[in-house]
Design a protein. Structure first.
Length: 356
């Protein structure tokens, strides 16, 4: 199998955004919020939004399954209060669940949390439990900056986050560390804020000792880890000055990087610097960068092309495409095994066999 660990429902029917506008406007004016029942999206609308978009591209690019979560920029945890975020997260998660139920062989859900600035993170646990236990979701997206670019929450290593980590460990689900829309004009949402957050998350984990307290906690750092692979020597040196263990011991049993890097040199660097067992295939297709690269004639986010061209053995490629994702997302592995889809490294030995 080829598993894309980073997909968002960026093509949801327009009714979803219209309902959200009404919710935000109601909060701003003090009027009653629209009820969730007022959002009506039929199965045919959902199917159409997926079949002509994510599913079509997955088929064209030879991707078997996507870990699918609500649109990251729509999370907007800085908007409203916890009640607003709770209602919005529940709606977005339900839509992703409906998609994964329609196409169970192709999508596995990951939850959006109802985070809100200044609200204890334990308030998110009920929605996480619902998504994992009722919907069968296999992961969660965790926003380290619910303020939307002003970074007024404690670092990820702070005990502020521990109630959520305890529940993640109990449920055995990883978190993708993923911010949402930036409302700070200094930081472009996808070009700066996302990559800043990826880099910041890695540095916070270096500074703390989080994984000594939670040795089985797993984070996926998206977008290739931001600047981390490019500056791995700096991070190693800073950790050394802080008297931390070597990064392979301090971080890499718990921290993983995806391949949402949109050019070949970036993927080549990632594969040289970060151990292969810490790299998960991902594309974030129909996401931040949707155009065609004039230098290659292919879509920037067709990341499988980069993996095929990277200096990886067949066994290493199998780990990136499938083995690592099944290890980091054990609930996904359980679901696949139950369907008779067991991990077979030899199935990846023919490079590009299914790739158009």
């Amino acid at each position: 199998m080829i598993i894309d660990c980073h997909g968002h429902y960026t093509t949801a029917p327009a009714a979803l955004e219209a309902w959200r506008r009404r919710q935000v406007e109601a909060f701003g004016t003090g009027r009653p919020a629209p009820a969730a029942s007022e959002l009506r999206i039929g199965d045919d609308e959902l199917r159409e939004s997926i079949e002509g978009n994510q599913l079509r591209l997955m088929d064209e690019r030879g991707i078997d399954l996507t870990v699918f979560s609500p649109r990251a920029s729509f999370m907007a945890h800085h908007v409203g209060d916890f009640t607003v975020s709770s209602a919005w997260a529940a709606i977005c998660n339900e839509l992703c669940h409906r998609v994964s139920a329609m196409f169970p062989e192709r999508f596995a859900g990951a939850a959006m949390l109802p985070q809100s600035p200044g609200v204890p993170v334990a308030s998110c646990i009920a929605e996480l439990e619902r998504c994992v236990r009722d919907y069968g979701f296999v992961g969660v997206n965790l926003n380290p900056d619910p303020s939307g670019g002003f970074w007024n929450s404690p670092p990820l290593t702070d005990r502020h986050w521990y109630p959520l980590y305890e529940k993640m460990v109990e449920l055995d689900v990883p978190a993708m560390i993923h911010v949402s829309t930036s409302c700070n004009a200094c930081f472009h949402t996808t070009g700066a804020h996302y990559l800043n957050a990826d880099t910041t998350a890695v540095m916070q984990c270096i500074q703390g000792d989080l994984f000594a307290d939670f040795p089985t906690l797993r984070f996926v750092i998206p977008h290739g880890g931001g600047a981390a692979p490019y500056h791995w020597g700096r991070f190693r040196g800073l950790a050394q000055e802080m008297k931390k263990p070597p990064l392979a011991q301090h971080l890499l049993k718990n921290l993983f990087f995806d391949t949402c890097v949109y050019h070949q040199p970036g993927i080549d660097l990632l594969a040289r610097v970060i151990p292969v067992e810490n790299i998960l295939f991902a594309s974030e297709m129909i996401g931040a960068v949707r155009g065609i690269d004039p230098e290659t004639g292919h879509f920037y986010d067709d990341t499988r092309r980069y993996i095929e061209a990277a200096a990886l053995s067949a066994e290493q490629r199998a780990q990136v495409y499938e083995g690592n994702a099944r290890r980091v997302f054990p609930r996904l592995d359980t679901q696949l095994n139950a369907r008779g889809r067991r991990f077979d490294p030899s199935s990846h030995s023919t490079q590009g066999a299914r790739h158009a």
